[in-house]
Design a protein around this ligand. Structure first.
Ligand code: AMP
Length: 213
């Protein structure tokens, strides 16, 4: 399969080539068309499989198409929740690289650093990549508005569970619009608690399973 067959916006294809990606990885080939259809996805995939671009590319494509159909779509429309600051920063960088040259803005939100620059960056963000604790801080301070989120990604859900973040995840989800939201859940393993979470928050998910190459 070729990236050109995925019907992604030409600007995104250009950024994919610039990033040096030649062809989609198995999870990208499988998940991107499904996510582009707006379906709910439960992905069983580890880091290193290309799963970040598997969700970042269709999200960027969707938001770009919306930008085209409105004067200026405003607000946070995509939220990615990840367990660690390293992962959040990495995902944010992927959005920045694959969305370069567009008006879409991504911001990474995690603890251990000053909150004020984050408050500033959140004001013009379209995409937020966040660790649960600091995101809830922003929710409590009312410095983040999650009422416009259309796509939610829970990345490395099993690791978030191991780190005790599941109650935080549920608190975050309670802040999001329920109607019409597209949710994508990725996990390397599927322990009972993650299965339960998936049953609670995913409506008729498409299952995508990819082993590490
Ligand atoms: P991830 O599993 O999302 O952490 O990605 C693992 C690494 O593979 C990252 O360094 C990506 O930049 C890279 N990558 C993702 N997709 C592709 C692709 N289609 N071709 C080559 N490298 C890729």
């Amino acid at each position: 399969m070729n990236f050109n067959e995925l019907n992604l916006k030409s600007k995104i294809i250009k950024n994919i080539k610039r990033a040096g990606y030649v062809s989609p990885t198995p999870i990208q080939a499988e998940a991107i068309p499904i996510v582009m259809e707006g379906r709910v996805v439960m992905g069983l995939a580890q880091t290193g499989t290309g799963k970040t671009a598997a969700f970042a590319l269709p999200i960027l494509d969707r938001l770009l198409r919306e930008e085209g159909s409105r004067a200026r779509a405003k607000g946070i429309r995509a939220l990615v929740v990840a367990p660690t600051r390293e992962l959040a920063e990495q995902i944010h960088q992927s959005f920045a690289t694959l969305g370069a040259g567009t008006r879409l803005r991504s911001v990474s939100i995690f603890g251990g650093v000053g909150i004020n620059p984050q408050i500033q960056a959140l004001r013009s963000a379209d995409i937020v990549v966040a660790c649960p604790g600091r995101l809830l801080d922003h929710v409590q301070r009312r410095t983040v508005d999650l009422s416009k989120v259309e796509v939610l990604v829970l990345d490395e859900a099993d690791q978030m569970f191991d780190m005790g973040f599941l109650p935080d995840i549920r608190r975050i989800i309670a802040q999001l619009p329920a109607a019409g939201r597209q949710t994508l859940l990725f996990s390397a393993t599927m322990p009972g608690q993650i299965r339960k979470l998936a049953d609670d928050i995913l409506t008729r998910p498409v299952r995508v399973k990819v082993q590490r190459e």
